[in-house]
Design a protein around this ligand. Structure first.
Ligand code: ZN
Length: 464
């Protein structure tokens, strides 16, 4: 018995040593995959001009070469995937950095009332995965139920499902009766706020989101102090006059920034505070008309459900024209003052509303190139991963979007998504998650009064 056991054991040790110390020959499947994309125009979002007729090489999950000219596959490299992009435009993956995966904001018809938590969790994951197929390779969540964003982040990171990268904030940190009274029991006083922030960190969040409006100065300072001490950034739902104080206290990113004052913009520029204006959740009828005209001109009306869904969100929160104009002016002023602005839609779904927000930046007076930088580079900078993501550069992770027409000529061409890569893997855009669209869910949950347009015409998506 003993004599037989020892050699078997030694063989096993030998095998382990061979595997560990690389004596064994690598198998073909162990080598990083290589994809070559040629005949494309690269908009790298570093601020440089677009580069015509380029070849981009992806090795494993990384961009390893960006060269002008075409590509000839060398002999003996049959395993290299070579794709002719036919003159399409290659960009870094888009970001949506103000997202509540589980929320439909606002929800005046109470569509989501009494939704079961597991249903919300599943819907949130689908929302994120749907966003990836629209080109959104990264999102930052800023307030979720039950840390579902942390859970989906890990699920996507581990590769169980193909979804965008998530930078998660978990629950918002707020005081009792905070955010217009929506939070019945919160955390009061600096000590409790410190505890609240530490509780978030213990759950594995990447960001701390606070609701500064009703908080006292020492409570805001306490949140920033603990978060920064633990190496996390802080963002805040913001409204003047408290925005100025939050920027002073060291909040890293201002969300909404309602009523943003000139002196606050100046301080933000000085301190490098980011701004996510969430224009799309402050729509006006004037904006909706402009948007619909653009979309109709492009013939974007192929999906009636989506068109009506977008209108459901659009008309539901229609605020005054002055309010919407003020937000758009604040965005432009902040941008011109040198504040780094980012794309965040607030409402759902990630992809469709994210696209609307990018278009809204252009409608507000920002150039197409700067709107694209706001959707990519600035967001990676915001999440402190600019060394790995946010631009198309050699050595960065291959999170990419390919659109068939030039978004610098018409920003709405970002809708013409041809391919999406996340971490070097081509996302299957044809693979349906199920038989129903993301919007179907909202329409099946009852719509008594209904803000959604009853006709394509009213939605502005009439077929040409
Ligand atoms: Zn929000």
């Amino acid at each position: 018995m003993k004599n037989k056991t020892i050699p078997a054991f030694l063989i096993l040790v030998g095998l382990v040593l061979i595997t560990q110390f690389g004596i064994a020959e690598p198998k073909i499947s162990d080598l990083p995959s290589k994809t070559v994309l040629y005949n494309c125009n690269v908009i790298d979002c570093t601020g440089s001009k677009p580069m015509r007729n380029m070849t981009v090489v992806i090795t494993g999950n990384m961009i390893t070469a960006i060269k002008p000219g075409s590509y000839q596959k060398p002999k003996g490299q049959e395993d290299v995937k070579v794709i002719d992009l036919g003159g399409a435009y290659l960009l870094p993956g888009f970001w949506n950095v103000h997202m509540h995966l589980s929320a439909l904001l606002p929800d005046p018809n109470h569509i989501l009332d009494n939704e079961l938590l597991p249903s919300a969790v599943i819907r949130s994951g689908l929302n994120a995965m749907d966003g990836l197929t629209k080109g959104f390779t990264s999102i930052r969540t800023v307030g979720e139920l039950a840390y579902l964003d942390v859970a989906w982040r890990d699920v996507f990171d581990q590769g169980y499902f193909m979804g965008p990268r998530i930078f998660a904030s978990g629950n918002e940190v707020s005081i009792t009766g905070g955010h217009r009274g929506d939070i019945p029991i919160g955390f009061d006083g600096a000590a409790e706020i410190r505890k609240a922030v530490r509780m978030q960190i213990a759950q594995g969040v990447d960001w701390i989101k606070i609701m500064e409006v009703e908080m006292l100065p020492d409570e805001v300072e306490a949140a920033v102090q603990v978060a920064h001490h633990m190496g996390l950034r802080v963002c805040s739902h913001s409204k003047e006059p408290t925005t100025y104080r939050s920027v002073q206290a060291g909040v890293d990113c201002i969300e909404h920034g309602y009523g943003l004052k000139d002196k606050t913009i100046k301080l933000m520029a000085e301190k490098g505070t980011f701004y996510v204006p969430t224009i799309i959740c402050n729509l006006s009828d004037q904006y909706i008309r402009e948007r619909d005209k653009r979309l109709a001109a492009l013939g974007y009306c192929e999906d009636e459900k989506a068109a009506k869904g977008r209108t459901l969100v659009a008309y539901a929160d229609e605020r005054t024209q002055e309010h919407a104009l003020h937000q758009r002016k604040a965005l432009l002023k902040a941008f011109k003052a040198g504040v780094k602005v980012c794309i965040g839609s607030d409402s759902t779904p990630v992809g469709e509303l994210g696209i609307l927000e990018i278009e809204q930046f252009v409608l507000s007076g920002i150039s197409e190139m700067d709107a694209l930088i706001a959707a990519t580079r600035n967001c990676a900078d915001l999440c402190r991963v600019l060394d790995k993501l946010g631009t198309v550069e050699e050595g960065k992770l291959a999170d990419l979007v390919v659109v068939s027409e030039n978004p610098l000529e018409n920003i709405s061409n970002i809708r013409k998504v041809k391919m999406v890569f996340k971490d070097g893997i081509s996302v299957d855009l044809d693979q349906p998650q199920g038989t129903a669209s993301y919007w179907d869910y909202f329409f099946t949950r009852g719509r008594e009064k209904g803000y959604a347009a009853d006709s394509d015409d009213a939605a502005g998506f009439k077929k040409k």
